[in-house]
Design a binder for this molecule. Structure first.
Ligand code: SAM
Length: 342
């Protein structure tokens, strides 16, 4: 690929989707050698993390746009943003030399409900396996790529929160497979109520409780729309000491639709109405299009509606296996804030 004035920019792979070309190697030398060098560089910049689930290649942030590689206890997964990138799979495998590698695609949110196509590149699809993060066990399905069952970019937030759960009543909204719930219960939370629209995700959350010998019966699992649950809790006057809220960018349920870009004030207000004075709102947004300033504005609007005052206590960073390239501003997508509530 060349700039308008003819200057060579690099070698890449063309696509007919949103992104015309993904540059994956320098302009000079052959493509295979250039790409191999970038994968090797990504692996060499990883430092040890306290988890057997970790990211090895983080797309644009490792100069490998559209390509993510995760390692789940020795089972590697390559997740591509587009089938146009298929040709890189054998090249990445050559560097990884992983005994177990599955390749899958990032599901476009517009294709919600469709199962991503997955294929085993080396070894068999491992199915469900166990990983250990910060001393706790989680069941993951590597072949499900982005939906494997553990969001490793939230590890530092889980680490920071760990000493603070003791004796707290916790509400985990959009709980998914219950990573925050397990961590809270394992660190002495009085009770954890997990809410998710998906029954299968909550079944996996219960399974994660069992894996850690936590009594699932002492906690609550609610297959319910998050807003509906908040309304129910407000009407019945049930207060919590910590509310974790980590919604997807967009979702639709029978109760209506949720759009992260415009609905945070409504969501924050509803969470604040079920938080006890002195409690914490753990508010997480992974929208790359929403700046920290906009997120702060949305939370403040919610606070105004609920008649509360907020103070940021902690801002979590993605862990070192999710490096964020400064030359790629969208990489600063994560807002994971612990906010004290008067
Ligand atoms: C980004 S994930 C949450 C990740 C989770 N906090 C964790 O760390 O594992 C979003 C979750 O929200 C759930 N969800 C989507 N729409 C919902 C809604 N309207 N009400 C409740 N849960 C919803 C999805 O099923 C999914 O599990």
């Amino acid at each position: 690929m060349r700039a308008e004035d003819g200057t060579p920019l690099g070698q890449g792979i063309a696509d007919d989707g949103w992104i015309a070309v993904r540059l994956l190697a320098e302009a000079d030398g052959d493509f295979e050698t250039g790409l191999t060098r970038r994968v090797q560089a990504a692996l060499s910049r990883r430092i040890p993390v306290d988890s057997t689930a970790r990211r090895l290649v983080n797309a644009e942030n490792d100069d490998l746009p559209g390509i993510r590689v995760d390692d789940y206890a020795g089972h590697a997964v390559i997740t591509l943003d587009s089938p146009s990138l298929d040709a890189v799979v054998p090249l990445v495998q050559k560097v990884l030399d992983a005994p177990s590698l599955v390749a899958t695609y990032r599901r476009d949110p517009r294709d919600a409900g469709k199962t991503p196509v997955t294929r085993a590149v080396a070894g068999d699809d491992p199915g469900e396996i166990e990983v250990v993060e910060l001393g706790l066990r989680y069941a993951v399905r590597p072949a499900m790529g982005k939906d494997a069952g553990l969001f490793t970019d939230m590890r530092e937030l889980r680490r920071w929160l760990a000493p603070w759960w003791t004796g707290r009543r916790v509400l985990n909204l959009f709980a998914h497979t219950g990573a925050f719930s397990v961590s809270a219960a394992a660190h002495g939370a009085l009770r954890v109520d997990s809410v998710d629209l998906s029954g299968p995700h909550l079944a996996r959350a219960r399974r994660n409780f069992e894996l850690n010998s936590l009594d699932a019966l002492a906690h609550g699992f609610w297959t319910e729309d998050g807003f509906k649950a908040l309304d129910r809790l407000r009407r019945t006057g049930q207060l919590h000491d910590v509310v974790v809220v980590d919604p997807p960018g967009y979702s639709r349920s029978e109760e209506g639709s949720w759009q992260g870009e415009k609905d945070w004030p409504r969501l924050a207000a509803a969470c604040l109405r079920v938080l006890s004075p002195g409690g914490w709102l753990v508010a997480c947004s992974n929208l790359g299009t929403q700046s920290p300033r906009q997120f702060a504005g949305a939370l403040s609007q919610g606070a105004e509606r609920a008649g509360r005052r907020l103070r940021v206590v902690h801002e979590a960073c993605p862990p070192p296996d999710h490096p964020a390239a400064l030359h790629f501003p969208e990489s600063h997508y994560l807002k994971a804030w612990v906010v004290g509530v008067d």
